[in-house]
Design a protein around this ligand. Structure first.
Ligand SMILES: *Cc1c(COP(=O)(O)O)cnc(C)c1O
Length: 350
C-alpha cells in the first residue's frame, strides 16, 4: 500500500466534494497502517462493528469522530460503541430504533434510505433501506423515544458508474426533509454514503462528476445541512498492488494457466462478488515482448479460485516469476481467509 497514493486520493475526494466531510468506510481496508495514514490526514471514520472502533481507538481515533452506519447491530455492539464515545447510529427499522433508545439513550440517529436504480459493479444495495415514508416514520419516532432525529443516509452501490444516482437519492432526501419540517423536525446532517468508483482496468466517470451531481442535489435541499460521505474504495483501491508468485504454469485443453500463491480466497474475493465484472489490471515482471493469454488462478483446489481469464502475459512466464495485480487496496485483504491452508497476504505500507 502506498501511503502517498492514499493521501492523494483523499485530497482528490475533498477537491471533488468541497462541501462534504469524508468519513472513510473502515471495512474496506482495516490495516492499521492504512488507517493511521488516513487519521493523520484528518479523515474521520465510518464503522460497521465494535472491533473496527477498537482498532481505530488504538490509533487515537476518538469515538465522537466515528459514525456507525451498519443499520442493524447486535444490541451489545450499540452499547459498547456508545461507551466508546460513538453517538451517531444509522437505523432502518423500528426494532433497531428501540434497541438504540435502550442501549444508547439520547443518541443521534440517521435513517437509511433505499436507493432505486442499480448501476454499480459490486452491488451493496438490496439489503438495507426504507422508503421515504419509512424514513419519516423512523425519525418522528426517534424524537418520541428521546433520541435526536439527526440525519439521513443512503448508499448508491459500490463502484457506481452513475453520478446521476446521487441526484436521484438526494431527491428522496429532499422529500423527507420537507415533510419533516411540518412535523417540527429539522435534521442536521445528510450522508451521501459511499460507492464512488476507483480505476481498475477501464476508465470510470471522474470523481468530479459525482461531486457535481451531489452539489446539484444538495443545493435543492429545503434548508442547509452538514453533508457527510463515506468513501471507501475510491480512497484506498488504487494505492494497493498485490505482488504474488507464479507457483506453476500449465497448458490444458482450456488454454494456458498461470497458478499464483494468491487467489479468490486470500484476496481476490470481489471477482466472485462482481460476477467477474471487476477486472483488475494484471501484469508480470518478466516483461517479454512475446505475449500469450493466460487464465490466472489461485493456489487452492477450488474451481472458483480463478480470478482472471485471457490476460496477456509474457509467453515464457514460469515458476518464480512475479505477477502484479493493481488497484488491489480495497476489499481484498479484508476478505482473505486461510482456506485450504494458504496464507493471507502480508500488508506493507510504504
Ligand atoms: C461499505 C460501505 C461504504 C463504502 O462503500 P465504497 O463503495 O467502498 O465507497 C460506505 N457506507 C456504508 C454504509 C457501507 O456499508
Amino acid at each position: 500500500m502506498r501511503a502517498a497514493r492514499i493521501v492523494a486520493a483523499l485530497d482528490a475526494f475533498r477537491n471533488a466534494f468541497p462541501q462534504v466531510r469524508p468519513f472513510y468506510a473502515t471495512k474496506c481496508n482495516t490495516d492499521p497502517g492504512v488507517l493511521s495514514v488516513l487519521h493523520t490526514t484528518g479523515a474521520r471514520f465510518e464503522v460497521a462493528s465494535v472491533e473496527e472502533i477498537r482498532i481505530l481507538g488504538t490509533l487515537g481515533v476518538r469515538g465522537q469522530d466515528v459514525i456507525f452506519s451498519n443499520p442493524v447491530r447486535a444490541r451489545e455492539q450499540t452499547r459498547q460503541a456508545s461507551r466508546a464515545g460513538v453517538y451517531r447510529f444509522a437505523v432502518d427499522s423500528r426494532e433497531e430504533l428501540h434497541r438504540v433508545a435502550e442501549e444508547a439513550p439520547g443518541s443521534c440517529v440517521y435513517a437509511r434510505l433505499a436507493t432505486g436504480g442499480r448501476a454499480s459493479v459490486v452491488p451493496s444495495e438490496g439489503k438495507f433501506g426504507v422508503d421515504v415514508r419509512g424514513a419519516i416514520d423512523l425519525l418522528v419516532r426517534a424524537r418520541d423515544l428521546g433520541l435526536v432525529p439527526y440525519g439521513i443516509t443512503f448508499h448508491i452501490g459500490s463502484q457506481s458508474l452513475r453520478p446521476a444516482a446521487l441526484e436521484a437519492a438526494l431527491g428522496d432526501v429532499h422529500t423527507v426533509l420537507s415533510r419533516l419540517v411540518s412535523a417540527g423536525i429539522r435534521l442536521q446532517m445528510v450522508d451521501l454514503g459511499g460507492g464512488f468508483p476507483a480505476a481498475y482496468d477501464r476508465p470510470v466517470p471522474p470523481l468530479a462528476a459525482f461531486g457535481r451531481a451531489a452539489a446539484a442535489g444538495i443545493a435543492q435541499l429545503p434548508y442547509p445541512v452538514e453533508v457527510f460521505a463515506e468513501p471507501g474504495r475510491c480512497i484506498v483501491a488504487e494505492a494497493g498492488t498485490f505482488r504474488c508468485r507464479v507457483i506453476g504454469v500449465a497448458q490444458r485443453p482450456s488454454g494456458y494457466w498461470a497458478h499464483t500463491d494468491l487467489g479468490v480466497f486470500n484476496g481476490m474475493m470481489e471477482v466472485l462478488e462482481s460476477g467477474g465484472d471487476l477486472r483488475y489490471p494484471i501484469r508480470d515482471n518478466r516483461g517479454s515482448a512475446n505475449r500469450r493469454r493466460f487464465h490466472v488462478t489461485g493456489p487452492t483446489c477450488d474451481g472458483q479460485d480463478t480470478y482472471a481469464r485471457d490476460v496477456p502475459l509474457s509467453a515464457d512466464l514460469r515458476e518464480g516469476d512475479e505477477v502484479l495485480i493493481g488497484s488491489a487496496g480495497a476489499y481484498t485483504t479484508v476478505y482473505a481467509s486461510r482456506f485450504n491452508g494458504f496464507a493471507r497476504p502480508r500488508v506493507v505500507v510504504t
